[in-house]
Design a protein around this ligand. Structure first.
Ligand SMILES: *Cc1c(COP(=O)(O)O)cnc(C)c1O
Length: 437
């Protein structure tokens, strides 16, 4: 007695329902909506009770399998899971009631590695199945590009072309984008991030090109990036020793990460509450207070991966709870943390507990601390989404000393940058793409 495979509908409700494969290849639904599973699978009691005895790869496989169905053979899917989570996810205790789930032990030192590695391997499988090479186009302002490029590195059947704005990414980011080689090409565009994005958008709208080449984007709203982000919530539960389920606090920008946690929760992940932590680009507190959503124009902060004024996955949170504002307000609290308080938090936590937070983790720490002070609950954990060295200039200024570079970054800094200069003109870009195929 098995349930029918999960299919994906568009949150705008006017595109056809598709399989996991189709949703992954398309990224966004044709009506501009986000793909969403038509049912949320429930985890078995056996799995939940025995989670401590499962391997990380088995947990990943168990959680993701219902979402994929027959789209990828079981043995291939298990291999994809193994490769996706091939690094550590330690839950470290900071003080009596706050823990940190460190998601920065992957190749680009940020949690986006997990989604990027999973999606790249799924696309690799689909390209092989079709017998056509896939070209993945990514416009990046920095971090997403490096996670995606790294995720695709060496994956058979896939070429990646990254467009980044010249002079507008950090030195470490540029090295991460331009030194990979193999199937990854970096285009250094003499323009802004918006110019890069405009080139990519025009490419997808150009049917002459899309008929010639198998093109896809590695957009952050892709289901194959979103769904695997559930994995590490279960790794935290495996390591959670307290009696009561944890309060889970997620530093949020586009809400993909917290939305994966909420999805896991609806499947049976033990959690007592969620805290959505934002910098001043907070649009969630207002939604909880009024029931209405208003986007904002983003302003720059020191936790810049969360400088988002119109979070793309907000609609997925609504969808998860059938737009029930009362249910959402019951389960999720929201806190705003300013840059000044973020800086003080990094300094205080380092001084008191000898734990070094990055600015995103610090926003989460402060939000969780505030929540725990206001409620009689036991404790919880934050998602520490990036290694502090990724924001070395900010963090070093706050603690007044140098941070040690992890080995993986030191190696990259000395490599030769390989990029191709490109002016932001569509005809030239198109000619370049055709020349490659
Ligand atoms: C992308 C990112 C975030 C925000 O995650 P969302 O899924 O967009 O909410 C937080 N911290 C870091 C370091 C990031 O790179």
């Amino acid at each position: 007695m098995s349930l029918p495979p999960i299919q994906y509908y568009s949150t705008n409700k006017s595109s056809p329902v598709v399989s996991f494969r189709e949703a992954t290849i398309r990224g966004q639904a044709p009506d501009g909506g986000l793909y969403f599973p038509d049912r949320i699978p429930l985890l078995s009691g056996d799995f939940k009770n025995n989670i401590k005895s499962y391997s990380k790869a088995d947990i990943a496989y168990h959680v993701i399998h219902p979402y994929i169905g027959a789209g990828i053979p079981d043995d291939v899917l298990h291999k994809i899971c193994e490769e996706t989570i091939a690094f550590d996810f330690p839950l470290k205790q900071i003080n009596d009631n706050i823990y940190s789930l460190e998601l920065f032990h992957g190749p680009t030192l940020a949690f986006k590695d997990v989604g990027a590695r999973f999606m790249s391997r799924c696309l690799g499988y689909f390209s092989k199945e079709q017998g056509r090479r896939v070209t993945v186009l990514v416009a990046t302002s920095g971090d997403t590009g490096s996670a995606v490029a790294n995720g695709f590195l060496g994956v058979d059947g896939i070429d990646v072309v990254i467009l980044y704005p010249s002079g507008k990414v950090s030195k470490v980011q540029e090295q991460q984008l331009t030194t990979l080689g193999q199937n990854i090409t970096a285009l250094e565009v003499s323009g802004t991030f918006d110019d890069c994005q405009a080139l990519v958008k025009r490419t997808f709208a150009d049917t002459d090109l899309t008929e010639r080449m198998f093109l896809t984007s590695a957009n952050s709203i892709n289901v194959a990036r979103w769904l695997p982000q559930q994995f590490y919530y279960f790794y935290a539960i495996q390591q959670w020793e307290e009696n009561k389920p944890p309060v889970i606090c997620v530093p949020s920008g586009n809400y993909g990460n917290i939305c994966a946690g909420l999805l896991a929760y609806l499947s049976g992940l033990p959690a007592s509450h969620f805290v959505l932590a934002s910098n001043v680009n907070d649009v969630f507190t207002d939604y909880l207070g009024t029931g209405h959503f208003h986007s904002k124009t983003a302003v720059p902060t020191i936790s810049n991966a969360m400088d988002v004024g119109n979070p793309s996955n907000f609609v997925r949170i609504l969808e998860l709870f059938q737009h029930d504002h009362a249910r959402i307000s019951d389960l999720i609290s929201s806190y705003t943390v300013s840059d000044a308080v973020t800086s003080d938090t990094i300094a205080d936590v380092y001084r008191k507990y000898h734990y070094l937070l990055d600015p995103h983790g610090a926003v989460a720490y402060k939000a969780l601390e505030s929540y725990l002070n206001e409620h009689t609950v036991d404790g919880g954990f934050i998602l520490e989404t990036a290694h502090p060295v990724k924001f070395a200039d900010v963090v070093e200024r706050i603690i007044g000393k140098e941070i040690e570079m992890p080995e993986s970054i030191r190696g990259i800094l000395s490599l030769q940058k390989q990029s191709k200069l490109m002016v932001p003109e569509y005809d030239l870009f198109k000619e370049y793409l055709i020349g490659r195929s």
